[in-house]
Design a binder for this molecule. Sequence first.
Ligand code: DLL
Length: 435
Amino acid sequence: MKYYQPEKECASVEEIRAWQSEKLVKQVKHAYDNVPYYRDLMDKQGVKPEDIRSIDDLHKLPFISKYDLREAYPYGFLAVDKSEVVRIHSTSGTTGRRVIAFYTQHDVDLWEECCARAIVAAGGDKNDVVQVAYGYGLFTGGAGLHGGSHKVGSMTLPMSSGNTERQIQFMQDLGSTILCCTPSYAAYIGEVLKNMGLEPNKDIHLKAGIFGAEPWTEEMRRGIEKSLGIKAYDIYGLTEISGPGVAFECSEQKGMHINEDHFIAEIINPETGEVLPEGTKGELVFTCLDKEAFPMIRYRTRDICVLKREKCSCGRTFIKMAKPMGRSDDMLIIRGVNVFPSQIETVLLEQGYQPNYRIEVDRVDNNDTLDVFVEVTSDDISDTVKDITVKEKELAMAIRNMIGIGAKIHLVPIGSIERSEGKAKRVIDRRKLID
Ligand code: DLL
């Protein structure tokens, strides 16, 4: 199998570090010579390309942040002549000005190979029918998995997101075996399938799903696996670093292997920038090793997670990243307490609710308020008002136990919370709207 490459994916740590060192030296020189903005960053830090001789010198280099990419918008980080660029993609720009990433043909090929590895790790090969229900366009989800599926040689269905009944129709008619979309959309497809009176493994024949682009919990994974009759694999990536496929899950489903032949991962303390030892929670930082158009060196992702190198039953030795809890800027500070929406989701799903919820934060009379709207499950519809009140109180208690502060729970009828076809928007922070 061309996209399972044991000579790379199962190499020894020494081999991996040797490739990384060799590539890092070249990549830093490429960025210094061709990106004036980056040259300034290095000069300000007092470091020259000659100072970087191996991966042990990585810590000497400055970080790049989203702030820098915005300052240099649109072409400031482009390291090749425009005539070499064959594609752009872009972030959604929900937290400020968009970031545009550029790709040469070589960059597109490497990115698609990373996605091909993810498909192969999820059991895919040329006999599979891969339904790509990530959005196509500026978002990298559709194009990345589409390209990966082509490389594997699978029959690729470029569905894009949305039109859920048509998605299910294609699954039935063409016998799709692998579904690629966001986990929130996968959960919604499962719900529609049920509402249509169809059953997994009978009316549709999916075997695997490759889901990412947003945080999702283990509880949500189990729910999706059940509703679609599949094994659900996580995939991670970000536009600035290429797109999906920076890391992918194998059959062990315990963390995602980072494609270490193309990227170096570090975890830092987000406050001080200090590099933290393996196994410590902190901000994920990536260095690309093979980029031509858009070299990113020590790029701060703002994703909070943990790295661990451990023996994996699949044989791969590439370091694993745990599921990111969300971006540091997704973290809510409510009454002085740090809260990740994923913690609330864990409680809801543990208590048997569906992943259809909305979190609203506001400030009333100088006090932060936290309201969680969650749909009742179908069995609850006949419940009396009294039962509902008891359930709301139980849920509030469970959330307090998890995050340390109280929340007001609102159980709302099924279907009243908007479903997502791409990345779910689950938090409304009205304090930000006021500021
Ligand atoms: O979301 C790329 C992607 C597409 C990844 C399809 C996986 C599948 P952006 O739109 O630039 O790129 O958003 C990147 O999404 O920094 C994380 O905060 C979040 N994210 C991506 N994958 C995961 C994941 C794409 N598996 C941002 N788990 C990242 C949790 C994820 N968060």
